[in-house]
Design a protein around this ligand. Structure first.
Ligand SMILES: [Zn+2]
Length: 507
């Protein structure tokens, strides 16, 4: 929290100095971010200075500011379209869950109890049964599903909800780990184990992975969680693991095959075609505002954020440039024309008419990661042109005719998406190591300049996994769906190993 304070607020002295500087020189400057070497401070600076989020008066919660929320809305729309395209419908379930519900599934309550917030008093009196603020909704939804599912004809049930959840975290960091966050949670019921497994993988591949690749330009790795890392109460958990700019991993979305565990705890039963009453098979899957943290840490650079174009709140910003008042009208006319053309082409565009120097505006929009900047000065206005500068490469500055500007911006946005993806993939590849010696394993993880994904054979023993974690802080991020065939020896204990695993330090 001390760091967050430093980033978000300013000391009185700093404010006074800045005010004096502004009084002597009316121009504003974009404050520098921390060096990217100091990754955690760089991250916080970026979140607060780009006005994505602010601190909440309640510790560990977050205030998502309009620029951050616009990003979330674009992500939500793109994800929601995929959820619906794969046959799911949205519904809404309550924030409060009867305290006893969590206890019905033993692993589930054990996993969530330490971080659950409980309401014991409401309406001026003690509650006879305390209410849990949902940390996730398997239990309350399971209760309703038991009522809604009677026959095999009722299946499958394919619902999703967009909501907030609360998990009381000790160490928090905006977007990455907050006590309250926003997400979608899908909950489905199926007739057979095969159908539930197919659903779990459909969400992993066709919803999450597709979203990460095509919307966020993030090359995540889909895989299976080890037993120790799976969702409490699940049979199997699948995940998308992404590599951040500092070489640490981020669990970016998860999809769980819950088997019959929750169906047994909540009596989700149906009469099958053969007349026999059977327990159903359920799944759940979620992706949250944490993805915003991932997007920042994968694509950000020393000047600030680099928004993936398809979800960027502002895809192109127009900066008008004029010195003399008599130049303003001609510039304004050209800006209006270009803005209208871009808007008509479906591009999210904004003209920046603030009374600030152009240099300040350039830095400010670079900090916020707007993919394309268009500069229009008096000469551009006169010549019917604009200057286009992509966020990913200032040197690729080009002059474009106003008539063709919308098409050119669309092309450049696509190029930027590809560039961001390729850079992230190249970084991931440069920080992925296939390792057979435990010494090498430890050396890589101890070196901040090399740290990343370590791929190795693992014996499959949870005790061996726990020792690796205790010694190196690295956990098994996933058992990747794509992996070498065959077998080897465990990178830690040297026993025969048939499991190919990806290890990393993680957020
Ligand atoms: Zn081992």
């Amino acid at each position: 929290m001390a760091n967050q304070k430093k980033a978000a607020g300013e000391t009185k002295e700093a404010k006074a100095t800045k005010a004096a500087a502004e009084a002597s020189d009316a121009s504003k400057f974009v404050e520098d971010l921390a060096e990217k070497d100091d990754f955690s401070q760089w991250y916080l600076d970026l979140v607060y200075k780009a006005e994505l989020a602010d601190e909440s008066p309640v510790r560990g919660c977050m205030v998502i500011r309009p620029y951050g929320y616009a990003l979330w809305e674009n992500m939500q729309r793109a994800m929601d379209a995929r959820i619906k395209a794969t046959g799911h419908e949205n519904a809404y379930f309550p924030l409060f869950i009867p305290g006893g519900f969590l206890e019905r599934e033993a692993e589930h309550v054990e996993g969530f109890a330490p971080e659950v917030a409980v309401v014991t008093r409401a309406g001026g009196e003690e509650l006879t049964e305390p209410l849990v603020v949902r940390p996730t909704s398997e239990t309350v939804i399971g209760h309703l599903y038991a009522k809604w599912v009677q026959s095999y004809r009722d299946l499958p049930l394919l619902y999703n909800q967009w909501c907030n959840v609360v998990r009381w975290e000790k160490r928090t960091r905006p977007f990455l780990r907050t006590s309250e966050f926003l997400w979608q949670e899908g909950h489905t019921v199926h007739r057979t184990e095969e159908e539930a497994e197919a659903e779990t993988l459909l969400i992993l591949n066709d919803v999450y992975q597709d979203f990460f690749l095509k919307e966020l330009a993030i090359p995540g790795i889909p895989g299976l969680k080890s037993e120790s890392q799976k969702f409490p109460g699940a049979l199997r958990t699948y995940t998308i693991e992404s590599l951040m700019g500092d070489g640490k991993a981020l669990q970016s979305a998860t999809s769980h095959n819950l088997g019959q565990n929750f169906a047994r705890s909540f009596d989700i039963q149906f009469q099958d075609a053969d007349g026999v009453v059977k327990h159903a098979w359920t799944t759940s899957w979620g992706a949250s505002t944490r993805m915003i943290g991932g997007l920042i840490m994968v694509h950000g650079d020393s000047s600030g954020l680099r928004m993936p174009p398809r979800v960027a709140p502002v895809q192109a910003v127009i900066v008008p440039i004029w010195r003399k008042e008599e130049e303003r009208a001609a510039v304004a006319e050209a800006v209006g024309k270009v803005e209208a053309a871009l808007r008509a082409a479906g591009i999210r565009v904004k003209s920046d008419w603030r009374e600030e120097r152009p240099g300040f505006k350039y830095n400010d929009w670079e900090l916020r990661g707007v993919p394309v900047r268009l500069e229009i000065g008096p000469r551009d206005a006169q010549n019917g042109q604009v200057v286009l500068v992509p966020r990913t490469d200032r040197a690729a500055k080009e002059t474009v005719s106003q008539d063709g500007v919308a098409r050119r911006v669309q092309e450049v946005l696509e190029t930027i998406h590809t560039t961001l993806f390729e850079q992230a993939l190249a970084f991931r590849k440069s920080r992925t190591y296939q390792v057979s010696s435990y010494d090498e394993f430890r050396e890589i993880l101890a070196d901040r300049a090399r740290m990343g994904f370590i791929e190795a054979w693992w014996c499959g023993d949870g005790a061996c996994e726990a020792e690796i974690k205790a010694e190196t802080q690295a956990t098994i991020r996933c058992l990747p769906l794509e992996h070498p065939e065959g077998a080897g020896t465990c990178v830690h204990c040297g026993r025969a190993a048939g499991v190919w695993a990806i290890f990393a330090k993680a957020y």
